[in-house]
Design a protein around this ligand. Structure first.
Ligand code: ATP
Ligand code: MG
Length: 271
């Protein structure tokens, strides 16, 4: 199962949700991969820790070609190669995968170079490459794809590569209005490029159950028939702590309320 976490709005919880659902999946014994398509590298940082992230940010292209620190930038770069001896895309993707300190959980790290590669990849129609590579990769039970807060080449690649889409919703009126445009984007990708793509769920994040506005906004979505997940995520400082410790909640605070909420969300998704 490949899930893309998608919302053009920044700071709604895409990286937090990708990494925490993935960590729970891995802790249950599923072979799990997080793909970090955002040049901010927040998921990369969260799962690989400070040192790996610093090395990655400072790494030059030359370093990457020495194979010291492969990232998604190497994978996308390989898709631009035209050598007759070029590796197949699945192999190139595999080489960029890193193990995290957490059992069963791997990550395909982001790199700042992705920013510069984007226009070249776009102009040479490489939008299906991620999907092709993941089709060849196999191995993983669950893949969570974290996307940037934009509808760019990488976000579209992810929507084309995924089986389903999760949309974090932060209970704000602007987000409510923006939701329709997100759903339209998913529908357009579905019609043009990925007939299998579904909106699996809208994930309500930072939900204050006693405040009127969030309650009303969520109820409106439910009344409209939108696929709002029953399991909701509360606001909690534990999330920021777990980011700063580079440990997903299931490892950082296994018994905390937030962790329980994330586990309920995972169970609801897995049926
Ligand atoms: N339920 C929550 N309670 C408290 N803080 C939260 C919660 N969810 C997310 N945050 C915080 O909000 C900020 C944004 O979260 P996150 O980075 O996951 O969002 P994002 O959508 O990936 O952002 P971006 O669009 O910049 O990639 C982070 O500082 C995170 O710790
Ligand atoms: Mg993010």
């Amino acid at each position: 199962m490949r899930r893309v976490i998608f919302n053009k709005k920044g700071g709604v919880g895409k990286s937090t949700i990708s990494c925490n659902l993935a960590a729970i999946s891995a802790s249950k014994g599923f072979k799990t991969l997080v793909i970090d398509l955002d040049t901010q590298g927040n998921s990369t940082h969260y799962l690989l820790g400070e040192n790996a992230f610093r090395e990655n940010q400072n790494a030059t292209r030359k370093d990457n070609h020495l194979g010291l620190d492969k990232t998604l930038a190497d994978f996308f770069n390989s898709t631009l190669g035209v050598s007759l001896f070029a590796k197949n895309a699945g192999d190139s993707l595999k080489e960029s995968i890193h193990q995290t300190p957490f059992p069963n959980l791997d990550v395909l790290p982001s790199h700042p170079e992705l920013e510069h590669q984007q226009s070249k990849l776009e102009s040479r129609y490489k939008i299906f490459k991620l999907r092709e590579a993941l089709d060849k990769l196999g191995y993983y039970d669950h893949i969570y794809i974290d996307t940037p807060p934009a509808l760019n080449f990488y976000t579209r690649s992810a929507l084309i590569a995924a089986d389903s889409c999760l949309i974090p919703f932060d209970c704000d009126d602007f987000s409510r209005q923006a939701l329709y445009s997100l759903l339209e984007t998913v529908e357009e990708i579905k019609q043009d490029h990925n007939a299998e793509l579904t909106v699996e769920g809208i994930i309500v994040n930072q939900f204050q159950s006693r405040a009127k506005l969030p309650q009303r906004l969520v109820q409106e979505l439910i009344d409209e028939g939108q696929p709002v997940m029953k399991a909701k995520l509360s606001p909690s400082v534990k999330i920021r702590e777990s980011h700063s410790e580079c440990q997903p909640l299931i490892h950082y605070a296994p018994k905390h309320k937030m962790t329980v909420e994330f586990m309920a969300l995972f169970d609801e998704l897995e049926g």
